[in-house]
Write a protein that binds this ligand. Structure first.
Ligand code: BG6
Length: 368
């Protein structure tokens, strides 16, 4: 049931405030403790973990990239993220002190399933982050954190991705709590900020018409570039993936800091370049990314900048600014991806594509 929407994908994008709220529901106890009942791995075992490997495919892999930044920062445990299809065949170093985190919306992706089977054969514990109750990946894992996005029909993941991010934040906080590196107040502060995400997502959705207008303006460009840094890098990759998946357009995501090491060579006059700007803060990331906007603008790119609502420093170099509500850096991808989803969905539907069932793609790929 599309409840008045033209496509399931659009409906699912607009369901995200609810999906995120549901994924957070019941995770935080009255006495200020994070509760993840589904984690059936004992605290002793979780304290022994000396390495985390996150695996997934497609969108789930990009959620894993965000998780790496978050989990390392909060827990100080070394964290790798790898495409499930690569992990299995490179003789990875995994043992009983390795924690594997498998991210899969469907819970049926063959590459991810093979990867966790391999990890468990080496004695590693596996936690699945999954949206589908009773699917194969959670059944074959030691523990599961369910996202509560509800059924996702559109092949290109949207609410699946946002809720995977939420589950990754919860896992990072939980590990930090169990290992005693983060305490009540700090955890409470992040939980409060997470609880404030649904209304912030809603504000971005309320601005959909502006993004749709941009999609119509930029419809006939050959190539699209997405730049981001730190957790904005996976968000940029996800923005490019959406455009490939449903608009069948050539889109590339790059780490903004890599621009001068190659990608800047492809910037042509008139090329749309989306730039995700980190919140202005203590470190220099923000200013470095603002310089990147300047660099591509100087080469004639059409700069579409996603920046915090009170960030005035981007205005001089931005053809268009999409304003993001203020949040801490680590949470920003939850917001930055939303306009990129709206952009891809509108552009692809304007091209006449079936965005729910894009050509050549399947919702879950059950062969390797
Ligand atoms: C791909 C889908 O085949 O699988 C992507 O087309 C998806 O949209 C990816 O992100 C991973 O799927 P899952 O179910 O493992 O999260």
């Amino acid at each position: 049931e599309k409840s008045g929407y033209d496509w399931f994908m659009r409906k699912e994008i607009f369901e995200q405030p609810r999906a995120v709220a549901d994924t957070l529901l019941g995770r935080y106890s009255d006495n200020g403790e994070l509760v993840l009942d589904e984690i059936r791995i004992g605290p002793e075992e979780l304290r022994r973990v000396d390495k985390i490997i996150i695996i997934g495919c497609g969108t789930a892999y990009y959620a894993g990239m965000v998780a790496k930044y978050v989990i390392e920062h909060w827990t100080r445990i070394g964290c790798e993220v790898e495409l499930a299809s690569e992990f299995r065949y490179r003789d990875p170093i995994v043992d009983a002190n390795t924690l594997c985190v498998a991210i899969s919306q469907s819970g049926e992706t063959a590459d991810t399933l093979q990867a966790i089977r391999h990890a468990r054969e080496q004695g590693s514990k596996v936690i699945a982050i999954c949206n589908t109750n009773g699917s194969t990946i959670p059944r074959e894992s030691d523990a599961v954190i369910y996202t509560h996005a509800g059924p996702e029909i559109g092949v290109a993941s949207t609410k699946g991705f946002l809720t995977q991010l939420i589950a990754c934040y919860l896992l990072g906080l939980f590990l930090a709590q169990v290992r005693g590196v983060k305490f009540g107040d700090e955890i409470g502060a992040v939980m409060d900020e997470l609880a404030g995400m649904p209304p912030r997502i809603q504000r971005l959705l309320d601005g959909a018409d502006e993004v749709y207008g941009l999609a119509h303006e930029l419809i006939d460009q050959g190539d699209y570039v997405f730049l981001g840094r730190h957790v904005g890098y996976p968000a940029a990759m996800e923005g490019a993936l959406k455009l490939k998946e449903i608009a069948y357009l050539h889109a590339e995501g790059f780490a903004a800091g890599e621009l001068k090491h190659g990608p800047i060579a492809i910037i042509n006059p008139g090329m749309p370049v989306f730039v995700i700007v980190p919140p202005a803060g203590r470190d220099q990331l923000h200013d470095k990314v603002v310089s990147n906007i300047q660099e591509v603008r100087a080469r004639g790119a059409r700069t579409i900048v996603l920046a915090e609502e009170d960030d005035g420093e981007v205005d001089a170099y931005a053809e268009r600014v999409i304003r993001l509500p203020r949040v801490s850096t680590l949470l920003q991808p939850v917001l930055a991806v939303v306009p990129l989803q709206l952009f891809a969905c509108e552009l692809a539907t304007a091209l006449g594509n079936d965005v729910d069932q894009p050509r050549n793609l399947a919702k879950s790929v059950t062969v390797e």
